[in-house]
Design a protein. Structure first.
Length: 73
């Protein structure tokens, strides 16, 4: 899977950046899921601690978008 990387946190406002840096998730335009207007920023800590539950993280490659390779436990 891919997630927005640390490379994109410059687009976040101060409170969003604090949430992201504290291991959270930031959702913009959440009232429009599935559209190109909805933006989600998953911090690497959020992926490791929450989103990947039930999976083994085989690889994480940070880039313009982070690439995660997971395997179901």
């Amino acid at each position: 899977m891919t997630t927005q990387s640390d490379h994109h946190i410059g687009a976040l406002n101060d409170s969003e950046r604090r949430l992201y840096e504290d291991g959270g998730i930031v959702v913009r335009s959440g009232q429009r899921p599935g559209s190109n207007l909805c933006e989600t920023y998953h911090s690497p800590a959020y992926v490791r601690n929450t989103l990947s539950r039930g999976f083994e993280i085989l690889a994480h490659h940070p880039a313009g978008q982070d690439l995660w390779l997971l395997r179901r436990l």
